[in-house]
Design a protein around this ligand. Structure first.
Ligand SMILES: Nc1ncnc2c1ncn2[C@@H]1O[C@H](COP(=O)(O)OP(=O)(O)OP(=O)(O)O)[C@@H](O)[C@H]1O
Ligand SMILES: [Mg+2]
Length: 264
């Protein structure tokens, strides 16, 4: 008989058997260490980012302890240069902290090497940026499927088609980004960010280049899709009207993440 045991099971087995059985082979394996206290999707502990050193050091994010629950929508507001993008990049593994930790479903991201971190990003995080970041030589449809191609993953056709439909892009898939309006480009970027079914969607001023009506429509779609697929949404915005529609508003000033404001 072969028993596969985790480290913590060893004691139990020894307690139960005073005499080791001859016919049992114990194979111990080590699972990745997971912090089981973690209740939400993300928890940070003393998360800090300083760019440069000495006289040129920029303390972009001061030590920050933060929890974000599964499925939560969180807006991040603050003045230009206050550290919003820095926080977002750290949460999504686009950048590494100077010190402190980020736990994603209990998994400590700060111990991952570059390859593991990029795999983590591809599988678990979608990013949406102000300037869309679409590849101009690819059609909308090709842009949307690009993350899957890079990860050599098959598209979940039914899911992707539902997302594309929800974003009103069905008749635009063959168009190149240069042939799309700003709102359409951003909707393509959202579909691309969602294509690998990430648990976390990080949006850095997604409406920054859009007029306010189009911006609000894009954010409405983001919330709807996040709710429908249980995606956790963190949204940086300068628009307080948009921020107020999130379940929670985090303020940030000079790198200090302030008390949570609950949106009304
Ligand atoms: N790569 C970098 N090297 C040095 N300093 C940086 C770097 N990236 C950001 N900073 C500095 O860190 C601070 C926070 O920058 P960050 O981009 O997070 O601000 P932000 O709140 O997103 O601003 P904005 O609203 O203008 O996008 C700023 O003072 C910025 O100049
Ligand atoms: Mg920014």
């Amino acid at each position: 008989m072969i028993l596969f045991l985790q480290k913590n099971d060893v004691k139990k087995v020894h307690l139960r058997r005073a005499q080791p059985a001859q016919n049992v082979i114990f194979i111990f394996y080590w699972k990745e260490v997971v912090n089981t206290e973690m209740a939400g999707l993300i928890r940070t502990q003393g998360l800090r980012k300083t760019y440069g050193s000495g006289e040129n050091a920029v303390r972009a994010l001061l030590p920050c302890d933060l929890k974000i629950a599964e499925g939560e929508t969180v807006a991040v507001v603050g003045a230009s240069g206050s550290g919003k993008s820095t926080l977002l990049h750290l949460l999504g593994g686009l950048d590494t902290p100077t010190s402190g930790q980020i736990f994603f479903r209990g998994r400590d991201l700060s111990v991952l090497d570059d390859d593991a971190l990029s795999e983590f990003r591809r599988r678990h995080v979608g990013f949406v940026f102000q300037n869309y970041n679409l590849v101009p030589e690819l059609t909308a449809g090709e842009n949307i499927e690009l993350p899957l191609l890079l990860d050599e993953k098959q598209a979940d056709r039914a899911y992707l088609d539902a997302v594309i439909g929800r974003l009103g892009l069905r008749d635009r898939l063959a168009h190149y980004p240069g042939e799309l309006s700003g709102g359409q480009r951003q909707r393509v970027a959202i579909a691309r960010a969602l294509s690998a079914r990430p648990e976390l969607l990080l949006c850095d001023e997604p409406t920054g280049n859009l007029d306010s009506a189009t911006g609000r429509e894009v954010v409405r779609l983001l919330y709807e899709i996040a709710a429908e697929y249980g995606v956790t949404l963190v949204l940086v915005t300068h628009d307080l009207g948009i921020a107020a529609t999130a379940q929670r508003v985090l303020t940030i000033a000079d790198g200090q993440v302030g008390g949570d404001l609950h949106a009304c």
